[in-house]
Design a protein around this ligand. Structure first.
Ligand SMILES: [Zn+2]
Length: 238
């Protein structure tokens, strides 16, 4: 069984033309249409926490993983009500040292947008959503000495759990950058899954710490969205 795990970043009105990474901001109307389509096609949108039995091959069903990278406040504002409406769950990967901050790791390249504050994270959790880790500082793991990389992976879990009072079982590699030693560190830190930016649907029984995902961008047309979910469209290997 192939399981699509969707990767979103921001759900908001797109910034003006020419803005770098503009494509990663999906309009709220597009997102709502995509979730509606999943529902109409009989799919259930699930957080990484809820998707685990399907990924392990213990359960079968029409399911799609829903993930949001970075923890933008607009996820709580614009995505959460839609997820709630359809009874879906999702994982949002937060940057533990930047709760209530901005995507300052992109400074000078991309417009800075607010990240979820504590109250937003609590609203997210209270609605049955899942919190994952995206390191302490949105780190480029492959450029760090091993002890620092380990700290980013391990401490972010501890910091998020302490700040939010929840379990943080799922990890996402910033920029999709990792090496085998980082995969091992994620597993040793006690996470249960990790997602990458490598394209493709996840195969049931695949390695839980190098899971492929499907990017949904601003320009993803609803027909293309359906193809990404229903067909081998995304499974072409680079
Ligand atoms: Zn990120």
């Amino acid at each position: 069984m192939s399981i699509p795990i969707l990767m979103y970043h921001q759900i908001d009105e797109p910034p003006k033309r020419g803005t770098p990474l503009r494509g990663l901001t999906v309009a709220p109307q597009s997102f709502a249409l995509q979730m509606k389509l999943l529902k109409l096609l009989g799919f259930k949108g699930l957080s990484m926490q809820d998707l685990q039995p399907y990924l392990r091959g213990e359960k079968n069903g029409k399911v799609v993983g829903l993930t949001f990278d970075d923890g933008y406040q607009n996820n709580a504002q614009n995505a959460l009500p839609v997820l709630h409406k359809y009874g879906f769950t999702a994982t949002c990967y937060g940057v533990s040292s930047m709760i209530g901050g901005t995507n300052s790791w992109d400074r000078g390249q991309v417009a800075e947008k607010p990240l979820m504050r504590l109250a937003d994270w609590h609203a997210w959790l209270d609605a049955g959503m899942d919190v994952g880790s995206h390191t302490r500082t949105h780190a480029k793991l492959t450029e760090l000495p091993p002890n620092q990389a380990r700290c980013e992976i391990t401490q972010s879990k501890e910091e998020l759990e302490l700040a939010l009072g929840c379990h943080v079982n799922h990890f996402c590699y910033p920029y999709g950058w990792f090496a085998p030693e980082h995969r091992a560190m994620v597993q040793e830190a006690g996470y249960l899954t990790a997602t990458t930016t490598q394209r493709g649907r996840a195969a049931a029984g695949a390695d839980m710490f190098t899971l492929r995902r499907i990017m949904v961008a601003r320009a993803t047309h609803v027909v293309q969205f359906a193809a990404k979910i229903l067909t081998a469209y995304e499974d072409r290997r680079e």
